[in-house]
Design a protein around this ligand. Structure first.
Ligand SMILES: [Mn+2]
Length: 383
């Protein structure tokens, strides 16, 4: 039912995809746009939401906004909703400066008020497993699906660096292309360009498709705004997390990992920044940084510059599956992440001991996965 245009099941991972040709023919973009609009037009007069998974980032925000525009072109209104706070200051700046029309649902069960959900930059919403979530209408993503994708429209293309590239193509091929003389178009184009930039390390890892989409957006992009968003300073909290990662880092061959202790929800993205930073160390090609976020779950970021390491597969092999059978995280070419709930262990009587246990367990899983037998020498400070 939910196969992508390439004729492969959208949910089927497994086979290597490094050498796959990008499906670039403009005709098939037009066919996809038509198909998505037809599905969306079936929801006229009904409540539809596009849901952002996890902490909203530039790619997911831009895609959700583009999706809303496509829905409007189909005569359907579609609300953009998210659950987690926007933790990174530059992402808050993006929402504010570009006026991204989002609203936060404090309770996941809020989705029960909608008649259909659309997913962007993700193909599953684990948070909603305990809700009576309405059916999934569409999925547009560039991550390998970790489970079967059940949606009326699905387009998953792992060859692109950002889902914003896919939405830029859908918009260009659809009935409501972005226009230079329209304010929303220019702001949305800037958001999509920012999404592509942030997901491709400032275009360093961009694919041909990402660059082509960037070129198409260029005439509409506000360069001052894009520059302002890209130049956001690293927050003091993120600096502190990077410092803690440097102090605690352990090295096994070309692999560096560090536990950074407790991290506030709003500082969570410091973990990813620290993983990025450790990757710049000479002789290191893969990093994992983890901490306890909001006191309730273990959160980790995985980065690799190695062509042979698959972040999603690596994390699954190291940490296994959750009780529902799904992996704790996932990833794409160069980055991945995971969240493991502390469940009843959260908020216990001894936070220091809980961190120590967490750190030692995660490090044990890492070393087990690396095939290192003896624990490394020297103790890392319990941050
Ligand atoms: Mn993305």
């Amino acid at each position: 039912m939910s196969t992508s245009e390439e004729g492969r099941p959208a949910g089927g991972g497994g086979q290597g995809d490094e050498g796959r040709e990008a499906p670039a023919a403009p005709a098939s973009d037009a066919a996809r746009a038509r198909e998505l609009l037809e599905v969306l037009s079936g929801y006229r007069g009904r409540r539809l939401a596009v849901v952002i998974r996890g902490f909203p980032d530039p790619d997911s925000l831009a895609c959700a906004w583009a999706h809303q525009r496509l829905a409007r072109a189909a005569g359907t209104s579609c609300e953009i909703v998210h659950f987690d706070a926007i933790s990174r200051p530059e992402n808050r700046a993006m929402v504010k400066a570009l006026e991204v029309p989002i609203s936060r649902l404090s309770d996941p069960r809020g989705v029960e008020d909608f008649e259909g959900l659309c997913m962007v930059d993700a193909s599953a919403l684990p948070l909603l497993t305990r809700t009576r979530a309405p059916p999934c209408v569409s999925v547009v993503d560039h991550h390998r699906a970790s489970s079967k994708v059940d949606a009326r429209f699905a387009w998953i293309d792992e060859s692109v660096g950002a889902a914003s590239t896919l939405y830029a193509r859908l918009l260009a091929a659809g009935p409501a292309p972005l226009r230079e003389d329209e304010d929303e178009s220019r702001r949305l184009a800037t958001a999509l360009a920012y999404g592509i930039r942030t997901d491709t390390d400032d275009l360093l890892t961009a694919s041909r498709e990402d660059l082509l989409a960037m070129a198409d957006l260029a005439p509409l992009v506000d360069p001052d705004l894009l520059g302002m968003l890209s130049d956001q300073a690293v927050s003091a909290a993120a600096m502190d997390i990077i410092r803690r990662a440097l102090a605690a880092v352990r090295i096994e061959g070309t692999f560096a990992y560090a536990g950074v202790g407790y991290v506030r929800t709003e500082d969570r993205d410091g973990i990813g920044l620290a993983a990025d930073f450790l990757l710049r160390r000479e002789g290191i090609d893969t990093t994992l940084v983890f901490g306890i976020v909001s006191g309730t779950f273990i959160d980790g970021s995985f980065r690799t510059s190695s062509p042979t390491v698959d972040p999603g597969a690596w994390l699954k092999e190291a940490f296994g599956n959750d009780p529902a059978g799904g992996p704790y995280g996932g990833g794409r070419k160069h980055k991945g992440g995971f969240q493991i709930p502390l469940a009843a262990f959260a908020g216990g009587p001894d936070p220091e001991m809980l961190w120590e246990l967490t750190r030692r367990t995660v490090e044990f899983r890492i070393r087990q996965r690396l095939g290192v037998d003896a624990p490394p020498q020297g103790g890392a400070p319990a941050a």
